[in-house]
Design a protein around this ligand. Structure first.
Ligand code: PLP
Length: 447
């Protein structure tokens, strides 16, 4: 290190690839893959890689860049807030932006979801939700209510506790011991369809599987059930119609709190503000992240009813919620989130997501449904998936799309499409064209 300041060196694409290969450990990516996609900039719905190639971003970064890249109002909010104040939270203090955001979320959700706690990632928000529901029951004289139930194919994050809540071999094998207090409920989808096997009549575990799990554990020991309205990492699977309404009723009957994980689905992704609104139900606790700041700043929220929030006053040790991080309610994230919420509303972004989503899901079903190797096309709003008959075919189609200048996401046999909510009709068509050509090419030249 020297004290002399030098202009930052511009690295070539090859240099970046080499440094990336040698030093950066990629999340959920095999080590040693020689060339990763290194994105250096973005504008609107397009991103550019370290070799100067541009792509239409059909995955919104990590499903989070909902307003696209370089949004002028978001950048202005970020700049303004960073010049004013970046951080202040915890221990009797907060900051203006965090206060205003909490009030804005309360207005957006409406009664009784009145109080929010802020975190830095979706996993942290769900972790906080676990502590919140357990402390809530303890405050109400039921400290034995600790078990949190989740769907067997749900995804709630990768911290050690969230790994326990997410029943994935990828997160479990070689990562134990995982904490107890978590159990899983069969996912409402047909097990035979999941394997691609031909069979007569689907058997789909319904909401009664939740009630059975509650009774099996003993209702007096169950704190909460957490669920995504559309399983995201679990394959972009919307819950069957009526499922959320039924589980709301079951939870109420057994004194179990309902936590909705709307980290992927919230804030316009499915063409409505929050996916659970389609079912006309209200959760006790809801978590959001990703689109809350459109990916500009790491940030997440846990929003809860006043009944839940006010219970913490009864805590004998602190008289409040014993939880928080150095950067809880970070002012930059809060200021950006306030602007994102305003843009979603005033610029008609949620309405655009609904229209573009209908076009995307409709065209995918119409043009890709029934093509060779395509097992199913599904989705809601701008959260769509094409499931293939093999990993290889899915990977081939993703590669063909990339070569055609369109980035889509792939997990196993499921290729997902989730462009920014500001995507145009022409861009939706480009994504579908790339997928269609990719499926035909994969069929013409199998690996
Ligand atoms: N919950 C859902 C539904 C998610 O999709 C994700 C991330 O993909 C998470 C939780 C975890 O969020 P994060 O990756 O920000 O920790």
């Amino acid at each position: 290190m020297t004290g002399t300041s030098v202009a930052p060196r511009v690295h070539t694409g090859e240099e970046l690839a080499e440094l990336d290969h040698r030093h950066l450990l990629h999340p959920f990516t095999p080590v040693g893959v020689s060339e990763q996609l290194v994105i250096v900039s973005g504008q609107g719905c397009e991103v550019t890689d370290s070799h100067g190639r541009s792509y239409l971003d059909g995955r919104s970064g990590q499903y989070n860049a909902t307003l696209g890249y370089g949004h002028p109002r978001v950048l202005a909010a970020l700049r303004e807030q960073s010049e004013k104040l970046m951080t202040y939270a915890l221990l009797g203090a907060s900051n203006e932006a965090a206060v205003l955001l909490a009030a804005k979320l309360a207005e957006l959700y409406g009664e009784p979801l009145t109080h929010s706690l802020f975190c830095n990632s979706g996993s942290e928000a769900n972790e906080a939700a676990v502590r919140i529901v357990r402390m809530y029951h303890a405050m109400r004289g039921q400290p034995e209510r600790t078990t949190v139930l989740s769907l067997a194919e749900g995804y709630h994050g990768t911290t050690i506790a969230m790994s326990a809540m997410t029943a994935s071999p990828l997160l479990w094998a070689g990562c134990g011991p995982l904490p107890g207090g978590f159990a899983h409920v069969p996912t409402p989808r047909c097990a035979a369809c999941a394997t691609g096997a031909a069979h007569d009549g689907c058997v789909v575990p319904g909401p009664e599987a939740l009630e059975e799990a509650i009774l099996a554990h003993g209702a007096e020991r169950v704190a909460a059930f957490i669920v995504e309205p559309v399983l995201g990492v679990g394959g972009i699977r919307p819950l069957p119609e009526g499922y959320l309404r039924a589980v709301r009723e079951i939870c109420d009957r057994h004194g179990v709190l309902l936590i909705l994980d709307e980290i992927t689905t919230g804030l316009g992704r499915t063409g409505v503000w929050f996916a659970h609104q389609r079912e006309g139900i209200r959760p006790d606790v809801i978590t959001t992240a990703k689109g809350l700041t459109s990916g500009y700043v790491p940030f997440a929220a846990v929003t809860m009813t006043s009944t839940v929030a006010e219970a913490f006053a009864g805590d004998p040790m602190l008289g409040g919620l014993r939880h928080g991080h150095t950067t809880s309610g970070h002012a930059l994230g809060a200021a950006v989130a306030l602007t994102v919420l305003d843009v979603l509303d005033t610029d008609g972004v949620v309405a655009n997501a609904a229209a573009a989503g209908e076009r995307l899901c409709g065209q995918l079903a119409q043009r890709l449904g029934g093509l060779p190797g395509v097992r199913e096309v599904r989705g809601v709003g701008l959260l769509a998936a094409v499931e293939f008959d093999s990993f290889m075919r899915a990977a081939q189609v993703v590669g063909a799309c990339r070569a055609a200048g369109v980035i889509v996401r792939c997990e196993g046999t499921v290729l997902s499409v989730a462009p920014p909510l500001v995507v145009t009709a022409e861009q939706v068509d480009r994504i579908v064209d790339a997928l269609y050509a990719g499926v035909l090419a994969a069929d013409a030249a199998p690996p």
